[in-house]
Design a protein around this ligand. Structure first.
Ligand code: SF4
Length: 190
């Protein structure tokens, strides 16, 4: 007996935005060594992407967690959702969007020796956790964490306010900012 403890397993946490990363990282780091992975080619325009990336850097500094920033390639993302532009939010375009970002997280995790990857997307009441689990599990190495459990979304809102993080009012892509047919263009903050 040397008394040494086994090294903790490493998980790559795909962070869709800093506010969603707050509570999700807190939950995960109880059992894992967490690395944040900012891979969000869905976000447009690029100025909005930069704003969310700045907030992710703020979160990484406040939480003392490493942050990996993936390449931003909105043209490739547009290609991945081609033909689905007019789908409603929560529809098939969003499934392709999830597959795009989770696919990049899965590949990075595999290539860099992480035991698992997961995503903050499950914390949003606007996102279906079963859909995210199905897509994540199809990629291999996915850790199915439903961060919206135990009041996760409210906790993330409170934490992001405490840290003064930028909170957007649309999901991310240009199609998520279209007003709903016959509806108001206003959307709840997320
Ligand atoms: S609404 Fe959100 S999840 Fe759906 S395609 Fe756009 S960025 Fe992706």
């Amino acid at each position: 007996m040397t008394g040494e403890t086994a090294p903790r397993r490493r998980v790559l946490l795909h962070v869709c935005c800093a506010p969603c990363g707050t509570h999700s990282a807190d939950v995960l780091r109880r059992d894992w060594d967490v690395t944040l992975f900012f891979s969000n080619s869905n976000i447009a325009p690029e100025a909005e992407y930069e704003r969310r990336l700045t907030a992710a850097r703020q979160l990484a500094a406040a939480a003392a967690l490493p942050l990996v920033v993936d390449a931003y390639d909105h043209a490739a993302w547009l290609q991945a959702v081609r033909g689905l532009e007019d789908e409603p939010e929560r529809g098939r375009r969003c499934e392709s969007c999830f597959a795009f970002s989770l696919g990049r997280a899965a590949a990075y995790a595999r290539e860099h020796g992480f035991e698992a990857f997961t995503t903050t997307l499950t914390i949003s009441p606007h996102k279906s956790s079963p859909t995210l689990f199905r897509i994540g599990e199809s990629l291999g190495g996915f850790l199915a964490m439903d961060f919206k459990k135990q009041d996760g979304f409210r906790r993330s809102v409170e934490a992001s306010r405490r840290l003064g993080l930028y909170r957007q009012d649309s999901c991310g892509c240009e199609f998520s900012r279209r007003p709903p047919p016959g509806g108001s263009p206003g959307r709840p903050a997320r």
